[in-house]
Every structure is written in structure tokens, then in C-alpha cells.
Design a protein around this ligand. Structure first.
Ligand SMILES: Nc1nc2c(ncn2[C@@H]2O[C@H](COP(=O)(O)OP(=O)(O)O)[C@@H](O)[C@H]2O)c(=O)[nH]1
Ligand SMILES: [Mg+2]
Length: 360
């Protein structure tokens, strides 16, 4: 009765995870040369500003996207006097047009207005831009190429009262004359401050696209494990005959898909199927739910001996938690090694299998 085919579960889980994650759209504005592209490459996966596809959406704004990264960046220049009125006008039209879309995935969700620290001034163009943007979306002031504050941040905050926050960033290391190295800074803070103002339905997309805050990816993933564990416990509330243990499999497949999506690993049917199949028996995509459940139970010390009898709520929950937490642990280790860029499918599958084996 609960015999299910892994391929079908995977397809459903994939669809759910991707639609739940959605997309986030960020407007990044500032004069040419302030460091917008460098900042984008430092914060988001995939060297987006260099290798992403740019598409002009107004005279001075390009929409940058890249396959498998759930973000659109609206890169805006043209704050110089000659082009300014036109830029301001075109941006307001773009934002209001997007807002009319009933699907919030198409809205622009937040703006970063960048000002270089070494210029030491806020121009009228920047303050008028912030005022306009703040009528529609949260705006964060970003002081780029930070080196020595000398009170500038406080001045920016005062001159841009509509900005929700002002964050100083250094996107790349900088070597001073005497050989002293300044390390990148403020990137994680910019991510945290942005997370606070991004709508809830865009938070997983933002978490996935950024590469500087691993703890954020872990935190959001722990939430997924928590609710999958609860759902498994509910499924096992009346002890399930072992033969029907497959009832908890869709919960776990869904959980792995969601964690994959939150970490920003490209989510494909092939990857998810292989991930699940390989850690259990290696027997491939047509494996029945019962086989998968048996394989999962082996992963929890003691639970395997319950086979043949029933699975309790506690066991169902323990299996799900062990499975999910091991996956988070595996991904975060790999992402640390790759400095936030997604590891390869093969690497993830191999390491996940090793971690699970290590627990038996
Ligand atoms: N020292 C230092 N240079 C930076 C920083 N961010 C950008 N730059 C440099 O500033 C120049 C312009 O940067 P770019 O990102 O192209 O600016 P954009 O025109 O706003 O996209 C490049 O030479 C960057 O390497 C930073 O945080 N520190
Ligand atoms: Mg640029």
C-alpha cells in the first residue's frame, strides 16, 4: 500500500523544494567604479558579475542572472549628473511595474546603494535615489572599499535617513605600502542586515545565493530537519508495521531536496536520485519505498533490530534527524573547503555516504 517509487518521490520533492525556495531580486546601484561588480562577486555564488548573463532592462540597468542561482541582480549605474534624471525615472518605472505582478518572486525585494569610502561624500544623486527607492523597498547603504571610517559611516547614516542600515564593506584584500594586509570585511554583516529586510518567502533563495555566511545556510536547514522530524513522528504515532515504513520516505526525500536547495547546490533529478539511492543500497532509481526505509533504518543504531516488528514515533524521528543532520554536516564541511561555491555532485554523494557509514 505504501510501496512507492523513488523516481516519483524525487520528482515531487524537486518541484516542491524549488517552488518553495523561489527567487530573490536585488537592486545594486552606485557610480561607476565604486565596486559594485566586485561586491557582487564577493557575496554571491558563481562569480555572478563576471560570468552571469546580463540583460539590459533600462538604459542604465542590467539584470544579471545565472543558471541554478536563485537571484537576479539589477546592476544600476548612471548616477552621474547627465544621466541622473533619466536613471531615477526609469528605475521608478521598473520597480513599480514589477510590483504589479501578483507573484512576489518578480518584485524587487531590496536595494543596496553603494558609496565609496575614499570619496568621503554623499551626493545629491545618491540621497535622492535612496529617498525614491525607500518609498517602495528597503534600502541599505553600502560604504565600499572601506579602509578607515573616520566618522564617515555616521555621516552617511545622517544624510541617508531613509536607509534601513549603513554597512561598511571591503570586498577584496588590500595591501598597504608597508606590506600590511587588509582582509575583506563587512560582507557577512551585509548579508545579515539584508536577511532582516528580505521578505520571508525570499529568505531561502537569498540564503542559497550568498556564499559568505555558512551558519545562515545551516540555521535555515536545521529548521527543515526539525519539521521533517516532526512530520515523521506524526507518521509513526501509531507504531507503523515495518512493511509500511516507506510512509516516512517521502518526508526524507523532501527534506534532502530542501536542504540541497538552501545550500545552493544545483538541484536536479539525477543528483537527488543518486544521492538517496547510493547511500542506501546503490540499486538505482526504481527501488521501492520499503527497501529505502529498510536502508534508512540501518543508519540509526538499534533501529535496525526493530525491523520485522514496528517503528515507533521515536525511531521515525531519530532516523529522519540523523539523516538530515548528517547531510547538513557533510555539506557545510564541503562548502568550507570550496569557500562557499557548490561542490560537485560526485563529491557530495561520496562524502555523504562516508559520513553515514561512519555513524553505523
Ligand atoms: N581596494 C579595494 N578595491 C576595490 C574594492 N572593491 C572594488 N575595488 C576595485 O575598484 C575598481 C572598480 O570596481 P568594480 O567592481 O568594477 O566597480 P563597479 O563599476 O561599481 O562595478 C576595481 O579595480 C576593483 O578591483 C575594495 O573593497 N577594496
Ligand atoms: Mg560593474
Amino acid at each position: 500500500m505504501h510501496d512507492i517509487k523513488l523516481v516519483n518521490e524525487v520528482e515531487q520533492a524537486l518541484f516542491d523544494a524549488l517552488s518553495k525556495r523561489g527567487r530573490v531580486n536585488i537592486l545594486i546601484a552606485g557610480k561607476t567604479g565604486v565596486g559594485k561588480s566586485t561586491l557582487i562577486n564577493a557575496i554571491f555564488q558563481g562569480q555572478l558579475a563576471t560570468t552571469g548573463q546580463g540583460r539590459p532592462v533600462t538604459q542604465n540597468t542590467r539584470e544579471i542572472t545565472k543558471a541554478d542561482i536563485p537571484i537576479s541582480i539589477f546592476d544600476t549605474r548612471g548616477l552621474e549628473a547627465a544621466a541622473f534624471e533619466e536613471t531615477l525615472d526609469a528605475l521608478e518605472k521598473l520597480i513599480t511595474l514589477r510590483r504589479k505582478n501578483p507573484d512576489p518572486q518578480h518584485h524587487i525585494h531590496v536595494a543596496w546603494v553603494c558609496i565609496a569610502e575614499d570619496l568621503r561624500r554623499v551626493e545629491e544623486a545618491e540621497s535622492r535615489l535612496v529617498t525614491m527607492l525607500a518609498r517602495y523597498i528597503p534600502v541599505i547603504g553600502v560604504i565600499t572599499k572601506a579602509r578607515a571610517d573616520q566618522g564617515f559611516r555616521a555621516i552617511v547614516q545622517e544624510l541617508l535617513p531613509d536607509a534601513r542600515n549603513v554597512v561598511r564593506v571591503r570586498s577584496i584584500p588590500e595591501e598597504l605600502d608597508d606590506g600590511y594586509m587588509l582582509k575583506p570585511m563587512g560582507l557577512q554583516q551585509l548579508v545579515d542586515v539584508t536577511m532582516e529586510v528580505v521578505p520571508e518567502s525570499q529568505q531561502n533563495a537569498f540564503t542559497a545565493a550568498q556564499k559568505v555566511d555558512m551558519e545562515l545556510k545551516k540555521r535555515r536547514s536545521h529548521l527543515v530537519v526539525g519539521s521533517a522530524a516532526t512530520a515523521s513522528a506524526a507518521a509513526g504515532a501509531t507504531p507503523i508495521p515495518f512493511a509500511d515504513a516507506a510512509i516516512i520516505v517521502p518526508i526524507q526525500v523532501g527534506m534532502l531536496a530542501q536542504i540541497t536547495a538552501i545550500f545552493g547546490v544545483p538541484l536536479t533529478k539525477g543528483f537527488l536520485t543518486t544521492l538517496i539511492a547510493s547511500v542506501i543500497t546503490g540499486s538505482g532509481a526504481t527501488m521501492a519505498g520499503r527497501t529505502i526505509a529498510a536502508g534508512l533504518l540501518k543508519l540509526v543504531p538499534g533501529a535496525g533490530t526493530a525491523a520485522g516488528a514496528t517503528i515507533s514515533a521515536t525511531t521515525a524521528m531519530a532516523v529522519t534527524t540523523a539523516f538530515g543532520e548528517t547531510y547538513i554536516f557533510t555539506l557545510s564541511k564541503l562548502f568550507d573547503e570550496t569557500r562557499g561555491e557548490p561542490p560537485s555532485d560526485e563529491e557530495i554523494i561520496k562524502r555523504f555516504r562516508d559520513e553515514l557509514r561512519g555513524r553505523q
